[in-house]
Ligand binder design. Sequence first.
Ligand code: PRX
Length: 645
Amino acid sequence: MVLKEVYNPHTESAFDQYKTEHASSIADPESYWGQKALENLDWFSPFDAVLQGSFTDGSVAWFVNGKMNACYNAVDRHVDTKGSQVALLWEGDEPGDTKSYTYTQLLARVCQIANAMKAEGVKKGDVVTVYLPMMPEVTMVMLACARIGAVHSVIFAGFSADAIAERIAASQSKWVFTSDEGLRGGKRLPLKNICDNAMNKEICINVVSKCFVFERTGGKCNWSDSRDVKFGALADSQRPYCPCETMDSEDNLFILYTSGSTGRPKGVVHTVGGYCLYAMETCKNSFGLKDGDVFACVADAGWITGHSYIVYGPLLNGVTSFMFESTPMYPDEGRYWDCVERHKINVFYTAPTAIRSLMRFGDTAPNKYDLSSLRVLGTVGEPINPEAWRWYYEVVGREKCSVVDTYWQTETGGHVITNYPGVTPMKPGSCTLPCFGIEAVVLDSQTGKEIEGNDVEGVLAIKQPWPGVTRTCLGDHERYLNVYMKPYPGYYFPGDGCRRDKDGYIWITGRVDDVLNVSGHRIGTAEVESALVAHPSVSQAAVIGFPHDIKGQGICCYCTLTYGHEESEDLVKELRNAVRVAIGPFATPDLIVPTPSLPMTRSGKIMRRILRKIAAGETDTLGDVGTLGDPSVVQKLIDKVETLQ
Ligand code: PRX
């Protein structure tokens, strides 16, 4: 079948309604969001003002002086009407290893965990680090933190000890949750031991008071009687009710570290009221949620996608949230579709990289299963190439489901640009049109002026505050202003380039800064470079992304070696490992290119543009290399990369 430009499972009237509602949400955001906040959230006491502050000075606050609790809204308030409905449906690493918790059961267990945390001394405002595998407890701990007003800082369980230590130290987190081991694709991961390595590093000494350990496999792990607590047993002994802390709408709900173009990862801060409303509304609108839906976001809870669309979004909406511990390939490439059939999943949300890797195996696996429960298929994390989109739509969705391409980021709290199912005509590869409350504009990157009209290209910016926007970077408001607010004063700048096509649809063209997107994971080139130059053999490193069939982007590292170090296979292995140790296995470089020198301008600036072209194999469009200090280095690098690829 030929790829059509526009797919239309929508009704004209729904699309017109979207346009009207979107226009009114932009014209008067205060009445739009004020009404949504009153209709959709339960407040302990009402807010005095809907919105205060602006992007210009980074002082945005929503639902000022309103008091509420995120856990109460996600769990307690559903118990009366939906107590016996499954809130959390978990599928473990082995097919069919499932657990489910009704809203009543979830409330009881979250309360026990919250009481156990209080018994250990955790207080409102404390930062709690969560380094857990995809076991139900990761959701429960996040909710328990929200309940008692502690601020969770979840770290994806693929991060290394160095990366964990850095985050614990930066947030001065006294409390750390982990499990004995993790289990993924039949492999055990020594999470507690990795955590120990982090907590024992110098920067964490005297920071961590207690490490709360859940049992996942029962496997052996290191133990310190003075620091470690068998947390499952402690929680079992607690009362299954714990009162909710009254939180201000603008109190911190959580921190999530994410990579930027320079320096250390940033602690992106989200606050209670605005984040909850935005996660709830976007989950409802972007996926066309219906009461009783089984909603499956197969991301990891350690990324923002898991926060907003495994934990907060679905539970705030009172549907059943499916959690998945395993991988799409275990025990075979039919695993997702097996889950869809067995659990009658209605909405399925994954990343283009997973779709591309499954598509390679052909249609047999999805065709084997009954996928008729599916209504909406979502994608997130990077632009989806039209071929993958079509496979998702035709083979998985059987041309009956909407495919929603959700564009957003850690900092936006929830989707900012996406089609709505049954509402927006779909175009494969385009995230389409802005969500309610989002005024998306295209700016000229040089002048910062808005580019009017269609069929234009520039950088993406958002013109007015929405409830889910991050409020600060933990402990570094200056950085927050510099990264998001100051590049184009008066606008929020997400760091992506985009095109607006002839119909006004947005196409994300990728990051315009030095941030890579590898399998939907965001990695700062500066972090990889600093891991490489920390190795004694590397004097200078330049890290570049290049197009990769499955991962979207691969990581290519050009390294100049220090005097006395020779290029060898062992050295390349060591350098790869240095990155794994500093960040985690998901950041492992695809290509390491040792080189005697790098292309530099005469003033000593590395010409990344040229390095990018060489890594991408686009050597016939290198442009002018005449300004280089030593133009001959270019040919040497081209030859070298060709032999390595
Ligand atoms: O470049 C955009 C890309 O992922 C970045 C955000 O990464 P992160 O904060 O880790 O959040 C990922 C999950 C929301 C964005 O700046 N991105 C995300 N979704 C899309 C996307 N690029 C194109 N299309 C998308 N749907």
